[in-house]
Design a protein. Structure first.
Length: 121
């Protein structure tokens, strides 16, 4: 097999019985084929964190993404709507059926969000 998609095709064709992968990838296949699959929770003793990939040569983008993930995390901790949580609940949440909370971002730079500094209208 080249990738998980090949295995999923093999399951749909009756050539394979199961596939093991990251739950977010499996949720995507479940969303595409809701009558053909189910996700069985069988932890392998590890806990995976979600990540966002950015080009190695773009540290400014990496810092910006980390900063806004931290801002979202803090909004959730302060009782406000967390953009990360809202996005998770609208996309992966319905398929994974497990309540998740946004993990605290790592290695967050100290940046300033000037929108927070603007006078209130």
């Amino acid at each position: 097999m080249k990738d998980v998609g090949d295995c999923v095709a093999g399951i749909r064709e009756g050539r394979y019985d199961a596939v093991s992968s990251d739950e977010t990838i499996l949720a995507g296949f479940l969303a595409s084929y809701p009558k053909d699959f189910e996700i069985v929770d069988m932890p392998f003793g590890t806990s995976e964190l979600l990540g966002i990939g950015v080009p190695i040569g773009d540290p400014a983008l990496r810092d910006l993404v980390a900063f806004f993930l931290q801002k979202s995390y803090q909004q959730g901790r302060d009782g406000q709507a967390s953009p990360w949580q809202t996005a998770y609940n609208r996309t992966l949440g319905p398929w994974l059926k497990a309540e998740k909370r946004q993990p605290q971002p790592l290695e967050v730079p100290k940046l300033v969000d000037f929108d927070d500094k603007a006078p209130a209208k």
